[in-house]
Ligand binder design. Structure first.
Ligand code: FAD
Length: 389
């Protein structure tokens, strides 16, 4: 666990990291392997995180959370991944509540935030992506039609992760037809759906290459109270966008944790595995890929810190959050590659956890935003090149 040199001279979140590591010791590889085989949800792990308050890190103290900055949440998620656990089971609670925090009414905040902070309610589901829209979010077709003091929801979402294990869902739906809005980003609204209380909601699990509890969700005349609307109708896309930098930074931190896990695992194995009468780690063909992955991880980590610092000081961090996510996801994937290769055949054996983590970290090349779209963002918004799509 501590085989890598410390990454900062003075880590303001060292105590948090230490506590999260201790918690994770109770959830070793064997725990994740069983769940992975059965595609089961890590209920005990998520409960333990909630009981110790880690999932309420970003909720202000007045609502029962610990009011910590984003960098603390990043440290929590990084340590979870570094310990070989999988924060994908619950990470969304950290970033999707930003929409409620920033744009929710006082009544919504005082109703939901204390219950989320205590762990009584889970806000883990984020319904944005649709089969027909993909990355082009504003093309989404799920509608929310106002009917008296209710909204009636019809449509479908895909990849709505953790929907079966969450009480609440943050849902993005269309309240005005695209052709009737001045901008394509108008006419979308965000709702906080209490899934325990609705009819007309069907959730179907999707089996994926890793255990991610993801689903497709169907809305068939699903009625929700009008006060489930967050902020103003029609401004939902902006609300979602405003949370995306936090999401990118936190996912990047998870990738840094993954990269560290792979690098530690690789070096430990390379030191102990003897072939041709010497440790395989004595061969430069084994050393260089992991050394390169380490250098790339450290560079990505600096970008994560930089993006988090900009975010915390209230400055624009769109480019840095995107770069942090891309560089960290690349670093974790590179480290994963080196880890499998160094383990030879054992890299494919379940009991080493390498193949499981390899599958898990692959996701972050695609979700929550794919590398191509980050590059397009940088080309257009930072380099001033013409929009490509
Ligand atoms: C396991 C898993 C969990 C997920 N969880 C959630 C969740 O909880 N909530 C949620 O709302 N969504 C979730 N997603 C969805 C995820 O955010 C999307 O998969 C992702 O944004 C990509 O969208 P898409 O799959 O429709 O790909 P598409 O948009 O169809 O893109 C396919 C490929 O084409 C490329 N591409 C598309 N347009 C361009 C372009 N203009 N230029 C260059 N390349 C382009 C993309 O980079 C990608 O590689 C999850 C996905 C997965 C796989």
């Amino acid at each position: 666990m501590d085989s890598l040199p410390p990454t900062t001279e003075r880590d303001p979140h060292a105590a948090i990291r230490e506590e999260v590591r201790k918690l994770c010791l109770g959830f070793p590889g064997a725990y994740w392997r069983v769940l992975d085989r059965e595609h089961a949800y890590p209920e005990a792990f998520v409960r333990a995180l909630a009981d110790q308050g880690w999932l309420a890190a970003l909720i202000p103290e007045e609502y029962g959370g610990s009011g910590l900055p984003l960098s603390a949440a990043a440290a929590i998620l990084e340590e979870i991944q570094r310990a070989g656990c999988n924060g994908g089971a619950c990470h969304a609670q950290m970033y999707i509540m930003g929409a409620l925090l920033r744009h929710g009414s006082a009544a919504q905040k005082s109703l939901y935030l204390p219950q989320i902070a205590s762990g009584a309610l889970r806000l883990q589901a984020f319904g944005v992506t649709e089969p027909g829209s993909g990355t082009d979010t504003t093309a989404l077709k799920t509608t929310a039609r106002r009917d008296g003091d209710e909204y009636v929801i019809n449509g479908q979402k895909i990849w709505t992760s953790r929907a079966e294990h969450s009480d609440l869902m943050l849902l993005l739906a269309r309240t005005a037809p695209r052709e009737q809005t001045a901008k394509r980003t108008d006419g979308l609204s965000v709702f906080l759906v209490d899934m325990r209380k609705v009819k007309g909601l069907t959730i179907r699990p999707i089996r994926t290459m890793m255990n991610h509890a993801t689903t497709e969700v169907f809305f068939d005349d699903m009625r929700i109270p009008a006060d489930a609307l967050i902020g103003e109708a029609g401004r939902g896309f902006r609300y979602i966008l405003s949370g995306m930098n936090a999401e990118r930074i936190l996912i990047a931190a998870e990738c840094i944790g993954d990269a560290k896990w792979f690098i530690e695992k690789t070096t430990a194995y390379a030191k102990e595995r003897v072939v041709f009468g010497r440790p395989i780690g004595q061969n430069q063909g084994i050393q260089f890929p992991v050394a390169k992955a380490y250098a790339h991880m450290r560079a990505a980590e600096l970008m994560v810190y930089h993006a988090a610092a900009l975010f915390e000081s209230g400055r624009d961090c769109g480019a840095e959050a995107n770069m942090a996510k891309m560089l960290a996801a690349d670093a974790s994937w590179e480290a994963a590659e080196a880890c499998v290769q160094t383990h030879g055949g054992f890299g494919f054996a379940e009991e080493y956890d390498v193949e499981r983590k390899f599958r898990e970290t692959r996701l972050y090349q695609v979700a929550p935003i794919s590398t191509n779209l980050i590059l397009s963002y940088l080309a257009e918004h930072v380099l001033g090149l013409p929009r490509s799509y």
